[in-house]
Design a protein around this ligand. Structure first.
Ligand SMILES: Nc1ncnc2c1ncn2[C@@H]1O[C@H](COP(=O)(O)OP(=O)(O)OP(=O)(O)O)[C@@H](O)[C@H]1O
Length: 307
């Protein structure tokens, strides 16, 4: 099923949390809603899930589906609450009952879902003994209880260790065959690992969207990476003054200089380093990555917060 978001907007206390966003969620794909904290991801997911009313705009379904949108949508909140004294199986049966699924059917369904998300071995153990990754799997099973066509997962892997994260990302890759998947994350490498499409969100707006490859190509800029002894910030200020520099940032103690004319930039920067006798440790000419684009968005976000 296709979902269309049209000019979706949410205002809290006169501030835009989500600002006029429009996009389609293609069926059978896994889409990552990527953005720094406060970008508006949770608010967007809640509006799609029907848990929060938009200030304006709509969420529409294709295929002539009508009625309450919630019957088609499964939702895993950012901080799911479990009854820790229950076993995984008991919890799913309990959730099934809340969804008005008859008792006998709920038993079979719970077993099937526990199998599906890969925690059948632990079905009779108390949830309090589950690892973070197992809890997220149980949360995903809970979101799938009414066989939704769309699964919305809010930061499903952010709190997990690398192994738990890998496991849940793999599970999501599998689940996209059964449901359209949209999940939020503030971690770029997770979005790169498990998504067909990305939506990059910043201050309530979608600033970039498309397949990972398309987004990467669209933003490819030449980049010169430098490292000097000592504090990088004073070098950054001097380098930024050149007209061929579009912007700069510091990542892992390296100064990234994004430039329009790499030949001119290389010559001028090397000249400057020589003349000023800057203690150069590293110099590289290359191209931007998706991480650079993400850092640019995050830095703009951080700067706005300091104003
Ligand atoms: N119930 C609310 N009342 C007032 N402001 C809110 C409410 N919910 C969210 N906001 C504000 O809306 C903006 C977007 O929040 P949202 O939780 O959607 O961001 P997010 O991208 O999911 O970030 P995070 O990863 O930190 O949850 C933030 O500035 C937040 O403070």
């Amino acid at each position: 099923m296709m979902i269309h978001l049209k000019n979706l907007t949410k205002i809290f206390d006169k501030e835009y949390a989500v600002r006029n966003i429009t996009f389609d969620l293609p069926p059978g794909k896994c889409t990552a809603l990527l953005g720094p904290n406060g970008a508006g991801k949770t608010t967007t997911l809640k509006m799609i899930a029907g848990l929060m009313h938009p200030t304006s705009g709509q969420v529409e379904l294709s295929n002539g589906m009508r009625g309450d949108i919630r019957q088609y949508i499964g939702y895993l909140p950012q901080h799911p609450q479990f009854h820790n004294w229950m076993t995984g199986k008991e919890f799913l049966q309990y959730v099934a009952r809340l969804s008005h699924i008859p008792h006998l059917e709920s038993k079979k369904l719970a077993e099937r879902l526990l199998e599906r998300v890969g925690i059948a071995d632990a079905k009779n153990r108390k949830i309090s003994s589950y690892s973070g990754g197992m809890k997220q799997r149980l949360g995903i099973a809970q979101a799938m209880i009414h066989k939704p066509s769309v699964l919305l997962l809010d930061e499903p892997v952010s709190a997990l260790d690398p192994i738990g994260r890998r496991d849940v990302l793999n599970l999501m890759e599998e689940l996209k065959q059964e449901a359209t998947l949209l999940y939020s994350t503030h971690i770029l490498s997770d979005a790169e690992e498990a998504s067909d499409e990305i939506l990059l969100m910043h201050k309530g707006s979608i600033v970039e969207s498309g397949s990972l490859q398309d987004v990467k190509e669209r933003h490819q800029l030449d980049k010169i990476t430098l490292r000097f002894e000592g504090d990088m910030q004073s070098y950054q200020e001097k380098v930024e003054a050149f007209p061929f520099v579009t912007h700069t940032d510091i990542q892992k103690k390296k100064l990234h200089v994004y430039v329009q004319n790499v030949h001119e930039a290389r010559a001028v920067l090397l000249d400057l380093v020589n003349k000023e006798k800057w203690p150069l440790l590293f110099f590289e000419v290359g191209q931007t990555t998706l991480e650079d684009l993400f850092m640019k968005v995050v830095n703009e976000h951080a700067m706005a917060d300091h104003l």
